[in-house]
Design a protein around this ligand. Structure first.
Ligand SMILES: [Zn+2]
Length: 334
C-alpha cells in the first residue's frame, strides 16, 4: 500500500525546540480492560542548548538489556544544558512494556521492536513505537546511538559496531563514530536478519549510526555499565555536542567476513563450553559440546569452529535448543 502515512498517535510531553533540560514522556494511548482511556508512558529527556547537531540515544530496544538504560539514566541526570551545543534526545526504555517485564519482546503484543520497523501508526503498541521513531525522532537526528547487549540468552564481548553500507561516506562516518565510542572491541557487524531492524531504518535515513553489544545474560556489570557511559559521552564529543576531550583507550577491530561466523545448534541439550569469550580459535577447534539432557551413556554432539578467529558471542543459558545461536566467531582485523 502506498500513499501518505498516518500521523502517529504518540504525544510527547516535552518540547524538542526549547533550550534547557526537559524530562517527560512519550504518551502512547493504550486502551485496555484495566484502563479504558489509559496510556503507555515512555520516559524521555530532551537537553538543548541553541542550534547544533542532534544526537538520539536509545536503550531497551530489547527489554532485557541493561547497559543502555543505565548509561542513559546517568547521562539524562548528569548532563546540563550549558555543557552542550545542539540537542540530545534520550529514550532509556525504548520498548517500555518489554523493559518493565524484563523480556526481549513486548509484554503487550509479543512483538520484537527491532523487527517492527518502519512500524505502523495504526498498528500494535510496538508497531506504533517503531513508527514514531521512524517518522518523528530519527529525522531530527544527525547521529543515533542504540544500545544492545545479549539479553537473557546471549553474552557478548563488549563491542560497538557498524554495518557494511553501500554509501561509502556514510559507512566511514559510522565507523568513525564507533571508534569514538571506543569500546574494548569494535566490530563490522553482519546481521542474520536485517529486515525490520531499527538499524536498517536509521541507516536508510542516511544517519550516522552506532550500535553496541556490551555484555549479556540479562544483567549488567560495573565494567559493562562504565563502558556504556563513557562510550556515549565519547560519541557526543565526536558529534560536537559535548565540549570535552575524547577519552581514548585501545580497541580491537573485529570483522565478520561471512555467514559462517554464526554457529547454530543442531541438537538440544546441556552445553559444556570449551572456549570462553575473547579466546582465539582455529577452524575445527571445539567451541562447545552438547550433552543429552535426558540420558547418560551417549556421546556429546561436538560443535566446532567454522573459521579462525575469536569467540565474540555465546549462548548464555546452560541448556540449548535446536536452532539457537551457540557462538559467533569474529576475525581480528588489527
Ligand atoms: Zn538487543
Amino acid at each position: 500500500m502506498t500513499g501518505e502515512r498516518l500521523k502517529s498517535p504518540i504525544v510527547p510531553t516535552v518540547p524538542f525546540d526549547r533550550d534547557g533540560k526537559h524530562h517527560g514522556f512519550l504518551r502512547l494511548p493504550y486502551s485496555r480492560n484495566e484502563s479504558a482511556w489509559g496510556a503507555i508512558m515512555i520516559p524521555i529527556t530532551v537537553i538543548r542548548n541553541g542550534d547544533g547537531p542532534t544526537a538520539l540515544l536509545t536503550g531497551a530496544n530489547h527489554g532485557d538489556e541493561y547497559e543502555g538504560p543505565i548509561a542513559l539514566q546517568v547521562l539524562s541526570h548528569e548532563i546540563a544544558p550549558d555543557e552542550i551545543r545542539g540537542r540530545i534526545i534520550i529514550v532509556p526504555y525504548m520498548n517500555y512494556p518489554a523493559f518493565r517485564s524484563a523480556t526481549r519482546v513486548s509484554s503487550v503484543d509479543g512483538m520484537n521492536l527491532n523487527r517492527s520497523f518502519p512500524g505502523r501508526a495504526d498498528g500494535s503498541a510496538t508497531q506504533k513505537i517503531a513508527h514514531f521513531f521512524e517518522e518523528v525522532l530519527v529525522p531530527m537526528a544527525d547521529v543515533v546511538l542504540d544500545y544492545h547487549s545479549g539479553g537473557k540468552t546471549l553474552d557478548f564481548l563488549p563491542f560497538a559496531c557498524a554495518h557494511h553500507l553501500e554509501a561509502q561516506g556514510q559507512q566511514e562516518a559510522c565507523v568513525a563514530a564507533v571508534r569514538a565510542f571506543n569500546a574494548p572491541f569494535s566490530l563490522m557487524l553482519r546481521e542474520i536478519d536485517a529486515v525490520g531492524m531499527y538499524d536498517t531504518s536509521v541507516e536508510a535515513h542516511g544517519k550516522v549510526f552506532v550500535t553496541t553489544e556490551l555484555g549479556g545474560g540479562g544483567t549488567a556489570t560495573a565494567r559493562s555499565a562504565q563502558i556504556a557511559i563513557r562510550g556515549a559521552r565519547n560519541v557526543l564529543i565526536h558529534a560536537g555536542i559535548l565540549d570535552e576531550e575524547i577519552d581514548v583507550a585501545p580497541s580491537v577491530m573485529l570483522d565478520m567476513p561471512g555467514d559462517d561466523c554464526y554457529h547454530f545448534a543442531t541438537t538440544e541439550g546441556l552445553i559444556q563450553p570449551m572456549v570462553d569469550l575473547g579466546e582465539t580459535v582455529r577452524r575445527g577447534d571445539l567451541l562447545a559440546r552438547v550433552w543429552p539432557a535426558d540420558q547418560t551413556g551417549v556421546a556429546p554432539h561436538d560443535c566446532t569452529a567454522q573459521r579462525d578467529g575469536l569467540l565474540a558471542a555465546r549462548h548464555f543459558p546452560g541448556l540449548i535448543q535446536m536452532g539457537d545461536c551457540l557462538a559467533v566467531v569474529a576475525s581480528v582485523l588489527e
